[in-house]
Each structure stands twice: as C-alpha cells, then as structure tokens.
Write a protein that binds this ligand. Structure first.
Ligand SMILES: C[S@@+](CC[C@H](N)C(=O)[O-])C[C@H]1O[C@@H](n2cnc3c(N)ncnc32)[C@H](O)[C@@H]1O
Length: 358
C-alpha cells in the first residue's frame, strides 16, 4: 500500500493523537475533506438542516430577531454564524432580516469559517455589504453578540481517553504501510487535570474530550461575558453520558468503518456526537447562564415552524407541498433529526426565558 498519509502531512510509522489526526484529515489545506469539495446536500456526503430546508433557516432568523428584542433592542447588535458550510443559512438570514428594518439597521453580521474553499463558496452566495468574514472575534466591537452554530461543534475533532486503575491513557492512531492502528499513551498531566475538573466526566472508563472545541468556545464565552449576548448551538448529540466511542466516518450519506479510514482519507467526514451535559457544565464554569437543553423538534415547534409551513403551503403546487412536507418530517421526526439533534443556549443577559425553550 502506498503511503496515503503523506499528503496529509502525516509520517509513516508515526503515532498521533486522535484529534490531530482528524484535524489533518478534515482540514489539510489541499487534501482535507473540507478543502477539496462541497460535501453538503443530497448528492454530497451528508445533509444538514439548512441545506435541506429554508424553513429551518427562517426559524433561526426569527429567533435571532426575537432575541434582539429580549436584549432590549440595542442600537448595536452582532450576529456570528460559526462554520457556515455552503452559506445556505446565512443567505436566508440576510433576506429575512431585511424585513425587520429597525433590527437590520442595528445589525453587524459575521461569518467564521476555517475552510478556504467554503469561505469562497459563502462569499459567492452571500453578496451583502453587512456581512463580514472574520478569523478573530476581536473584530466585533460594540453591542451584544449572538453566536450560532449548526453542526459546528461536532465538526471539531475530539480527543479520546481510556481510564484504567486511575491512569488516563490517550488514544492515538499509528500509521504504517498497512493502514491505521489504535494505540494508547499515558495522557498529559494538563489534559488529565482538565478532564478531572468536569463532574460530567467523573467515574467514566472511556472519555471523549473536546479540547479543540473548548478552545474555540473559550474565545466565544469571553466575548459574550465582555459584551453580553449568547451562543445557540444545534448538534447531533446526547445528554446522558455514553462512555462509548462516538466517532463516525460518513461518505455519501453512509457510515464507513473507521478502521478502514485510510482507504478514504480526505473523502470522508469524521464527526463525533456532542456531549450536551459536558457543554452545559463548560458554559456554567465560564459564567454564562444556560437554558433548558431541548430537542430540535421541541425548539422548532415552539418557534412556530408549523404555523410558518401552513402559511407557505397555501401558495404551493402539489409537488412543492410534498417536498416541503418531506423535509419538515426530516427536521422533526424522532427517528431523523427531531430527537437526535439537541439545542442549547448559553447567555449573559438580564433577560431569561428566551423563545424556543419553554
Ligand atoms: C458539518 S459542517 C456544518 C455546516 C453548516 N453549519 C450547515 O449546517 O450546513 C461544519 C462547518 O464548520 C466549519 N468549521 C469546523 N471547525 C471550524 C473552526 N474551528 N472554525 C471555523 N469553522 C470551522 C467547517 O469548515 C464547516 O463549514
């Protein structure tokens, strides 16, 4: 077998931690999964809520406007989409926001994207002087700031650990001409201390730890703490701890056995399930308040997705109606995204009771 890892900057017979390996596989500037092609949509490798339904994005737009109202309609207000993918959501947002003139004149909108290819695609799709692409949250100056990410956190690679007789061992992938092997090394003291600081991870023999994800969230929570605002995250995840390996590789909407990943490197998405209990603990530790964690179905229904559907269907052909009913079912059905996806809102504000959670 030729050395497939070389293109990704990974040497042969080398052991690298799970998160570093995935980072290279997904984000290598030339060969990484998110650098090579657009993975979204029915013909791509996976579908996401904004790429299957504008209804989803419309509901998020209404939620953002309602949240601005809850913050007391500040004259300066900021919205940041985290990991905007092909730009579908923000494109809808920009159009809906125009209908709310007072809100729109207070708004500065930012897109935060790691992939050069996707940034380019987003820039072609969203041509609006209000929207700015940023790499650093310090560019956001005055006013409360709302961050939003759909399937953002699950796209950030995680670390995995085994705990044996009070010893923490970190999982590595070791490369060879034959492919990949899982190996374990003693975990660093810094990582062990971090893991031990979370009650959610106590007494677990297998631990998934989003070290890189928490670095991103730390920058965000600091910003929210300084300027007020919040972060709304929607992701595929769980509430009560799994103790299981939740890493999965997806190609053309199908799961691939992760041990065969070397055959598909750069052509498969690698994600993990988000531990929402851990996220909640993280936000509380970082001095934010956290709303009740709800399912996507609960959130979208409370925000009036059916009512919006009823208005839209009046002017639709039968074909359009069938299509939109189908996508609504995917968003809300318990076996699809409805229950599997969860919604969390962490915030700093005098207001509580934001729409969608009660
Ligand atoms: C699974 S996709 C979701 C895309 C989009 N939100 C959607 O729902 O269709 C993950 C997105 O997050 C971006 N991303 C992942 N890690 C990132 C990071 N650390 N900083 C900025 N963007 C990141 C990816 O490039 C991609 O755009």
């Amino acid at each position: 077998m030729k050395n497939v890892f070389k293109n990704f900057g990974i040497k042969e017979n080398k052991s690298i931690p799970v998160d570093e390996f995935i980072n290279k596989a997904l984000y290598n500037p030339k060969f990484g999964f998110y650098s090579k092609k657009i993975p979204f949509g029915r013909k791509g490798d996976f579908v996401t809520a904004p790429t299957i339904s504008n209804l989803f994005s419309e509901i998020i737009a209404i939620w953002v406007v309602s949240t601005w109202e809850k913050f007391g309609k500040p004259e300066k207000f900021n919205f940041v989409e985290l990991g905007p993918g092909d730009g579908s959501l923000s494109k809808v947002l920009v159009n809906i926001f125009k209908h709310f003139t007072e809100f729109n004149s207070s708004l500065n909108m930012f897109l935060y994207e790691k992939s050069k290819l996707l940034s380019k695609i987003q820039k072609n799709k969203i041509k609006n002087s209000k929207v700015k692409w940023i790499k650093n949250f310090n560019e956001i100056k005055k006013g409360p700031v709302i961050f939003f990410g759909n399937e953002f956190f699950d796209a950030i690679p995680i670390k995995q650990f085994l705990k044996k007789d009070n010893l923490f061992l970190e999982k590595y992938y070791t490369t060879s001409v034959c492919g990949l092997r899982e190996t374990y090394k003693l975990a660093s003291k810094v990582d062990v201390l971090k893991i031990k600081s979370f009650d959610t991870l106590k007494n677990k023999s297998f631990i998934e730890f989003p070290k890189l994800g928490f670095l991103e969230l730390r920058k965000i929570t600091k910003k929210i703490f300084a300027q007020n605002g919040g972060i709304l995250l929607i992701d595929y995840g769980y509430l009560n701890s799994h103790y299981k390996n939740t890493l999965q590789a997806i190609k053309k909407n199908k799961k691939i056995n992760i041990s065969n990943i070397s055959n598909y490197l750069g052509d498969v998405d690698i994600t993990s399930l988000v531990n929402f209990s851990l996220l909640k603990e993280f936000f509380l530790k970082n001095n934010l308040k956290v709303s009740k964690i709800v399912s996507q179905k609960f959130f979208l229904e409370r925000m009036g997705i059916f009512e919006r559907f009823k208005i839209l269907e009046k002017n639709m052909t039968l074909k359009q109606k069938n299509y939109i009913t189908n996508t609504l079912n995917r968003l809300l059905n318990n076996k699809h995204m409805g229950e599997l996806f969860k919604v969390i809102f962490a915030y700093k504000s005098k207001s509580n009771n934001f729409f969608g959670f009660n």
